[in-house]
Design a protein around this ligand. Sequence first.
Ligand code: SF4
Length: 481
Amino acid sequence: MDSDKFHDECGVFGVFCKDPEKDAAPLVYYGLFSLQHRGQESSGIAAAKDKTIEVHKGMGLVGEVFNPEILSKIKGSAAIGHVRYSTHGSSSIENAQPFVSRFKLGSIAVAHNGTLTNADVVRELLEDSGIGFISSSDSEVIVNLIAKNYKKGLERALTDTIQFIKGSYALLVLTGEALVGARDPNGIRPLCLGELRGAGSGRNRSGSWILASESCAIEAAGGRYVRDIEPGEVVIINQDQVLSFSFSEKTRRAVCSFEYVYFARPDSVIDGIDVYDSRIRVGEILARESAVAADLVIGVPDSGIPAAIGYGRATGTLFGMGIVKNKYIGRTFIAPEQSMREKAVSLKHFVIRSEVKGRRVVLIDDSIVRGTTSRHLVSLLREAGAKEVHIRVCSPPVRSPCYFGIDTPHRKDLISNAGSAADLCKALGADTLEFISVKGLLESLEKPNGAGGSRPGFCLGCFTGEYPIPVPGETVNNEGL
Ligand code: SF4
């Protein structure tokens, strides 16, 4: 349905309850519900009890895969869960996560958000040593590598595995005794730590912990955000302690900047930056960089709206709803042909005629990928009587693919590669078209004054064509790593 957007890849959520009699699966269920925007194809939960791990997973949304009866059967005080959008491997039950490996020394389960850039090589090596695979997912490589190294002990098995794999990963590992979280040396995908509210505070902590892709999910499961997992950090949570160590001597933060623009939920905080606030700032910066005389500013729902509010505040332009999204059209609507995609856009958005009629409208969108949505929205606005339509975009032109866990069209299908900005504006039927600059986007991601901490670095690969990790045939910008 949303072929005109970058697609997020996955969300991960894990809980370790101090009380061995408590079941963690219901809490993971709440967490996954809050991460549903990160993947709608499949979902799964694995729980550990008495050193064995059981998993339930299926195709569909969290609410379709789980019901109270299924949840009541997933026993264990530690559990991990996953929602998936396929970026590596097809959309099928074999590729649904968490992956579980049962071997002589025990069982482990893995839930992964990201993409391994050397998965094929590692897979071949594992296959040569007699290890079989049931899926085509790169994430199964991780579970098999950990299982292979497990005789060295958990810590060593994790370190050896993580040093072998390349790419982006926010990783959860569940064993019979521990819940583990790890983030790649660039921290490309987000991962944070929370604590379940309950028994204690201060020195008397509750001792029950959460690991989640986004902070919004921690709140949903009844926890409080504690901190982000650092790039190159492993956290091992068990009955006795929360052990943290860095597995990589050289790390350089390069968080996906698109998380802030589009993927993450607006009520999340990633690496100390409030996602909603950053979107408001994008609007303010767009106003400074490319304001235009207009009567109304509207945002393409959902992520264009905060930027439209910021733009309106900064320019004094009236902010209105203008466009409404059909909430009931979702992943079940499949539009494989370009001609059908155009129609699908009409089903997804409606224009409020009375709001836009006779007005000069600024239309703010989070990104332009293929251009299908923007072109259609401009024509809907004109049909509804808008006098002028000026597009302002919250991200720089998308010109390159993502190799780190985001589903992107081929380079040739990215409309920003099809011609000059003037050509693009004409193709979309707009009066004017401006994108935020790379500098402006980075400025929107600066931590507010007094927030403390060093300014994080960001991946800008799909805008600049320079990636933080070597990718065959692409330019690498990993200075300092
Ligand atoms: S290439 Fe783009 S989408 Fe991919 S991680 Fe980097 S900023 Fe995010």
